[in-house]
Structures are given as structure tokens and as C-alpha cells.
Ligand binder design. Structure first.
Ligand SMILES: [Zn+2]
Length: 379
């Protein structure tokens, strides 16, 4: 019963949205956007992490400046230049998603920030959202409201409630941001998404960020069926076509597709453990044990050494390294001729290994990581 009431309530709200005339670009658009901002504030929890907030605002303000000063040709919506006071917020949830409402209000989920492996990637995702706003995509969607019919809306609502019934989805379905979802099901989104990708590509080239950062998140999202199953990035469907088009834009602009420059960060963790009855600090790369160091009386020096090993390996891996660039001898893992991992006997023996086997183990983990990374970029 509750569900049925919700369906009617949401349909009523949608009806109210659709009955309105599309706002004009500029002040009207911002006014509608502000209403949505208030509604979103009631339904979402925002992050209070100062590091995340600073990062998103810093990148966002750079993008906003370029978007307000330049006209990028629109293939959907309109490229009438209407400077906005862009605002950026971090939603405290794990969804790998981002969205914007009209008037320049951009929302990035914490899950998306975690998913991005560099500022270049995050800037790419955010530039896509900025273009949705700058090119007035939502105003354009409302303009085309007559193409939607009640039957389709009922089907959509039932679909949303039946599939997940997630409270946040239902509660926010009447916000403008969800017009994208509705549009997607009606076959509109391809044009809006293509324009947002294309505009973002032009915008990013006027910033310090690497345009390859627009491609790599799309490749990972398109590749990962696990993420797709969770309904992730659902307001911006990632498909093969978006990936191929982004590759073509880069190629046509003679921008080398150096994925290592923007992605490929290897996950790491330092854990407190006990091995052979000795307290150790252990470094895990990609969830696999690399090295355990007996803490002794200087815990900080063990942590520093492990952090250092991580940063040297990560730097080497990030510099566009290929599987065949990694080698090892009896004492060290060598990447492009540089010795990046040289355990001493005391460290190796705590896990019951010789230095040679400890090196070999690290070598195998790095090779596996690179093979996995390289296979994930073939979409
Ligand atoms: Zn989009």
C-alpha cells in the first residue's frame, strides 16, 4: 500500500514538473535549480571531509571559470553562454555517480571520487556535469516534455520501485536530475551524453588537466559489469559507443592515449600483524602481501620504509610502464632499469622467505596487477 501511495505521489509530482513551462536560460533556470538544490539537501547527506570538499571545489572552480568564459559548440541543448555561479557538493554515499541540476549546481558522490584515480579523471567527470549545465540540457529536456507520455512514466516508476525501491531514488525522482533517467529510458540520453562528453573534451583542453582523464573512467565503467549491475553511474549510461567516441576525439586531436599518466594507481594498505610471534607492519599492494617489517623499537621507521616502497613502486607503475618493463634479479625488483624493491634478509625471513623469494613474490604481484590493468582497457 505504501508503495502504491508513493507511486501516485511521485507521479503527481512529476505531473507538476511537466505541467510547468520550461524556464528561460539564465535567472529562471537558476531559480528552478535553487528549488532542486533545497529538495536535494533534504534527501542527501553531504560529506564534511575537508580534504574532499577542498579538492572538488578547487577542480570545480577551475572548470567553472573556463565554462563561463568560453562558448563550446553544442550538439544538444544550446550553447548560449550564460555564466553561472557554479557550486559543487560532495554526497556522502558510495555510488559511483555524479549529476547536475540546472543553473550550475553540481553533485559528486564520494564513491565517484574514490573511483577516480587522479585529479585528471575527476576533472573529466566534473567537466561532463558542467557541460550538462552550461548547455542547458535540462531546460531542453523540459521543452521536449510532450514527447513523454503517462504510460511511459508509469512503466518507469514501476520499474524503479520493483528493481530496487531504494529510498533515495524514490524520494528524489521528482527532482530535475532524474529527468536524465527518464530521458534515458526514452532514448534521449544518447544525444545529451554525447554532447556532454564532447563539450567536456573541449573544456578540459583549456585547463591544465589531461584529456585522457575523460577516457579512462569510461573504460573502467564500461568494462565492469559488477558496477553496472549495481545501477552505478545510472544517470550517465556508459556504453561502448561513448568509449569509442572518446578514443576517436583524442586520436583526431593527436593527443597520445597515455593511460598511465592519469590512472593505474595501485591500491595499498599498511597493517599491524604478528608473524612468527613477532609484531610487524605489513604492506599490501592490491590486497596482496608485499613485505612485513619487524617493528622493534622504532615503529615510525617501519611505516616510513613501507610508505617509501609504495611510493617508489606506484610512481614507476604510473609512468606508463608495460608488463615487459618489469624484471627481477636475486636482490631487487627492477622497473625500467631502476631498482624499486630491495628487501633485506631480516624483513624477508619474518614471513619465512629468502630475499630472492620475497623479490620474486613482489615481481609476480606487480606483473599480475599490470596484466589486469591492461586487459581492463580493452573494451
Ligand atoms: Zn551525463
Amino acid at each position: 500500500m505504501k508503495k502504491i501511495i508513493t507511486v501516485f505521489l511521485v507521479l503527481f509530482m512529476l505531473g507538476a514538473v511537466y505541467a510547468d513551462k520550461a524556464p528561460k536560460y539564465g535567472d529562471q533556470e537558476v531559480a528552478v535549480g535553487r528549488q532542486n538544490v533545497e529538495e536535494i539537501a533534504k534527501n542527501y547527506k553531504f560529506s564534511e571531509d575537508p580534504v574532499l570538499i577542498e579538492r572538488v571545489n578547487r577542480i570545480g572552480s577551475e572548470l567553472a571559470k573556463v565554462a563561463n568564459e568560453n562558448k563550446f559548440p553544442a550538439t544538444y541543448g544550446s550553447d548560449v553562454l550564460t555564466p553561472f555561479n557554479y557550486e559543487f557538493r560532495v554526497i556522502d554515499a558510495d555510488d559511483v555517480n555524479a549529476f547536475s541540476v540546472m543553473g550550475g549546481y553540481i553533485y559528486v558522490y564520494k564513491g565517484m571520487i574514490d573511483f577516480c584515480e587522479s585529479d585528471d579523471e575527476l576533472a573529466g567527470v566534473m567537466a561532463h556535469e558542467v557541460i550538462h549545465a552550461a548547455h542547458h540540457h535540462l531546460v531542453h529536456l523540459i521543452d521536449e516534455q510532450t514527447k513523454f507520455n503517462t504510460q511511459a512514466l508509469v512503466a518507469i516508476m514501476v520499474g524503479i520501485l520493483a528493481s530496487k525501491g531504494r529510498a533515495d531514488t524514490v524520494a528524489s525522482v521528482a527532482t530535475m536530475s532524474n529527468l536524465y533517467q527518464i530521458a534515458m529510458l526514452n532514448g534521449y540520453s544518447q544525444d545529451a551524453e554525447r554532447d556532454a562528453d564532447n563539450g567536456a573534451f573541449l573544456l578540459i583542453q583549456k585547463t591544465k588537466y589531461n584529456p585522457v582523464g575523460l577516457l579512462t573512467p569510461l573504460e573502467r565503467l564500461a568494462q565492469s559489469s559488477e558496477l553496472v549491475d549495481l545501477g552505478i553511474y545510472r544517470s550517465h549510461p556508459v556504453n561502448r559507443e561513448r568509449v569509442l567516441r572518446m578514443r576517436k576525439r583524442l586520436k583526431d586531436a593527436n593527443i597520445p592515449i597515455d593511460r598511465g599518466a592519469v590512472s593505474g594507481r595501485i591500491k595499498y594498505e599498511i597493517k599491524d600483524e604478528t608473524k612468527a610471534e613477532i609484531k610487524v607492519k605489513s604492506l599490501y599492494l592490491d590486497n596482496k602481501l608485499i613485505l612485513s617489517i619487524p617493528i622493534g623499537d622504532n615503529e615510525q621507521s617501519a611505516i616510513d620504509r613501507l610508505n617509501n616502497i609504495y611510493s617508489v613502486i606506484n610512481k614507476a607503475i604510473s609512468s606508463n610502464v608495460e608488463v615487459f618493463d618489469i624484471k627481477c634479479d636475486n636482490e631487487a625488483v627492477i622497473i625500467k632499469g631502476q631498482r624499486v624493491f630491495t628487501p633485506i634478509e631480516e624483513e624477508a625471513s619474518v614471513t619465512g622467505l629468502s630475499v630472492k623469494d620475497c623479490v620474486k613474490n613482489c615481481y609476480n604481484i606487480l606483473r599480475t596487477f599490470l596484466l589486469k590493468r591492461d586487459s581492463s582497457i580493452i573494451v
